[in-house]
Design a protein around this ligand. Structure first.
Ligand SMILES: [Zn+2]
Ligand SMILES: [Zn+2]
Ligand SMILES: [Zn+2]
Ligand SMILES: [Zn+2]
Ligand SMILES: [Zn+2]
Length: 670
């Protein structure tokens, strides 16, 4: 079937539509090419076409897909000469009133975002987190930088899942998002993968918490994070190096026919047995007939082929440094999944951004369930179920995004085309040209419901959400919420914990492990709240004084250079940027700017150090001590040191000294 072209121009597969009218066999290109199928319809009123690659049947008169359920109606079209006879298709399936099935208004080229948001909204752990786990008031008090994005997203999810409008506008979210990502300003069409990457990275940065020193988790990483192992083997000596990488999505290319041929045997092995049987076997006889006409098995690329292409050893185009050979040698790379994600976001690379820019429209077969066993570093079963898909229609420079999601309340599939939604069958879904696939890992043992009991215990609400919704909720993390007295840290609210029966808490702890003992009581910590408030008073006064000193004009005396690392630490201490625990001041430390007693080479002004005036320097030195002092006549660390004489008298007035003493006395530990 490689030689199907438009009869009017040279456009080829997969953008070819074959007229199904009676004995007409006209082949024309689609609406995103030269519209020759449409012209055929306009002149002859032949309205029903089939795409031989995707097997989509489209009626140009109604401008909608003809769904498989109505194959009886289809038969009557094929049999009859009467073009005016319309198939009796229920044009508006009853979906209204189904929770979570609500369209999103297109705000001008925003289908890439709408389709992504619908897929995220149908991931239960993600949806539940924004609807039930987070406490908006608490986040507001924490002064999150991206508070507006989080607030508008949870409001949007709330109107999708608890509202009664047939469609909602994502405008508030879109405005908040664009304000923080100017890249998305303007009306240009963007890409769903690009949006998901930037958006999820932003969410992770904003919502992450440190559960162990230097280790962070967030709802984004708990759902999407996977760890990959890259093994690079030297082809000369066989020595290998291993490099681990983290991903939120997995981008796979569509392999060529030769690639597929080269791992044909492995490919058969990789597919799960039931998938080999069930894929396409449930089709109606009409469908299998149509399929027989157009499909040859060798033409079908499966998502397994894409994964094999990604993971199997490949020759690297560039030579790689081998430590054993001591030079760059020809090497081979192999990828294994070390930690499979709870939700696998598989992106099929359909866009090539070379000079011309092109889109690959090869149909890629994808199953409803997938087993990653073959791709893991350890050989255990790892089952996933398809729960969402984003399709891109059109070419590289434009087009339209539509998503398909499985509703976790009723397990039906729905199409989300901006504000329009409709129910579809699994069969219809499987025939679409997939761009991004969302698979969720199955929860193997059904989870017992969380229940209250006479004897109380508390689990972090964040973790309870993961326990309810994810295959691998990870260890229970509570310590980061507790102060040294075992109570809630200031700025956290009581909603951080969920009460359950003590006996159940014991059972759960045994299975999932916890970073502290059973929590039997939660409450606010009065002494921490008091010292936190005192600390805030001190930092406010301090910030005020330093600002005042910084603005003293005319400028006199030399510049004092301070390491940016220390300045950032001081800033986060004074500007409430981190949790109360980490907010401890430390001595000024310029040692990072030196190497073996000399100024390091290649330091940059503004990037590695900054200059402050004499007043600021003296105040900071009084408060924090430390050093060493770096004094220059200009803000250039490589200039000659400024002489002593210029600054022999103290610059701080009696009033400034008084303020400094107040600040020092307010600090609880001094
Ligand atoms: Zn054409
Ligand atoms: Zn025709
Ligand atoms: Zn029609
Ligand atoms: Zn080597
Ligand atoms: Zn405390």
């Amino acid at each position: 079937m490689g030689d199907l072209y438009c009869e009017k121009c040279s456009v080829g597969l997969p953008n070819i539509w074959i007229c199904l009218h009676d004995t007409c066999t006209f082949r024309g290109c689609g609406r995103y090419q030269n519209k020759h199928a449409q012209q055929h319809y306009s002149s002859l009123k032949h309205s029903v076409f089939i795409n031989p690659k995707t097997l989509l049947i489209w009626c140009l008169e109604c401008d909608q897909e003809i769904i498989e359920d109505s194959s009886m109606a289809l038969r009557s079209i094929f049999a009859s000469n009467n073009t005016s006879k319309k198939p009796e298709i229920d044009q508006k399936p009853k979906y209204k009133g189904i929770r979570g099935v609500i369209g999103l208004k297109n705000l001008g080229n925003t289908c890439f975002m709408n389709s992504s948001l619908q897929c995220l909204s149908n991931i239960r752990a993600f949806q539940r987190y924004f609807l039930k786990t987070i406490d908006i008031e608490e986040l507001k008090a924490q002064e999150l930088a991206e508070f507006d994005i989080i607030k508008t997203l949870s409001e949007l999810f709330n109107s999708i899942w608890n509202g009664d409008a047939a469609q909602v506008s994502p405008k508030d979210f879109w405005d908040a998002f664009r304000k923080s990502c100017p890249f998305f300003k303007g009306m240009a069409q963007h890409d769903s993968q690009e949006f998901l990457r930037i958006f999820l990275d932003k969410l992770h940065d904003e919502l992450k918490f440190e559960y162990q020193i230097g280790k962070y988790r967030s709802i984004v990483s708990d759902i999407f994070r996977s760890e990959m192992q890259n093994k690079i083997t030297c082809k000369i000596c066989g020595n290998h190096t291993v490099k681990d990488e983290e991903f939120y999505d997995l981008s796979v290319s569509i392999p060529t026919a030769e690639d597929i041929e080269s791992y044909k045997e492995i490919s058969k092995e990789v597919r799960s047995p039931q998938e080999r049987v069930t894929l396409y076997s449930e089709k109606s006889t009409l469908w299998s007939k149509i399929q027989q006409i157009f499909t040859e098995s060798k033409d079908v690329v499966s998502i397994y082929d894409c994964l094999l292409n990604f993971c199997l050893p490949e020759e690297l185009r560039q030579k790689f440094e081998c430590l054993n050979c001591g030079e760059k040698t020809p090497s081979r790379r192999e990828v294994k999944i070390l930690k499979p994600p709870n939700a696998l976001m598989l992106v099929i690379k359909r866009f090539k951004y070379n000079k011309a820019g092109m889109k690959i429209s090869t149909y890629v077969q994808f199953p409803m369930t997938i087993d990653l066993r073959f791709f893991l570093s350890r050989n255990t079963s790892c089952q996933y179920q398809l729960t969402g898909m984003i399709q891109h229609m059109g070419g590289v420079n434009g087009g339209h995004y539509v998503s398909y999601c499985k509703n976790f309340k009723n397990n039906n599939w729905y199409e989300y085309d901006d504000s329009r939604t409709r129910q579809i069958t699994e069969q219809q879904l499987l025939e679409k040209e997939a761009y991004i696939l969302f698979y969720q890992r199955q929860i193997l043992e059904p989870r017992e419901k969380l229940k209250k009991g006479q004897k109380k215990a508390y689990l972090p609400s964040y973790w309870c959400n993961l326990y309810r919704t994810l295959s691998d909720p990870g260890p229970i993390i509570s310590k980061y919420l507790l102060c040294g007295h075992g109570m809630l840290k200031p700025l956290f609210s009581l909603s951080q914990f969920t009460e359950i029966a003590s006996s159940q808490a014991e059972e759960i702890r045994e299975k999932f492990s916890q970073d502290c003992g059973i929590i039997e009581k939660v409450g606010e910590c009065e002494s921490c709240i008091v010292s936190f408030a005192e600390l805030n008073i001190r930092t406010e006064l301090e910030l005020e004084l330093i600002k005042e000193l910084n603005e003293i004009t005319p400028f006199e005396g030399p510049w004092y250079l301070i390491s940016i690392t220390w300045l950032n630490h001081w800033k986060s201490f004074c500007c409430h940027e981190s949790s109360s625990e980490k907010r401890t001041p430390m001595a000024i430390d310029n040692n990072g700017l030196f190497l073996d007693g000399k100024i390091r080479k290649g330091l940059e002004k503004g990037k590695d150090y900054r200059g402050v005036n004499r007043h600021v320097w003296e105040a900071l030195l009084k408060l924090y001590k430390g050093g060493p002092e770096i004094r220059r006549l200009e803000v250039d660390i490589y200039a000659d040191p400024a002489p002593d004489i210029i600054c022999s008298t103290p610059s701080l007035t009696a009033e400034h000294m008084g303020k400094l003493r107040v600040i020092q006395s307010t600090y609880p530990n001094s």
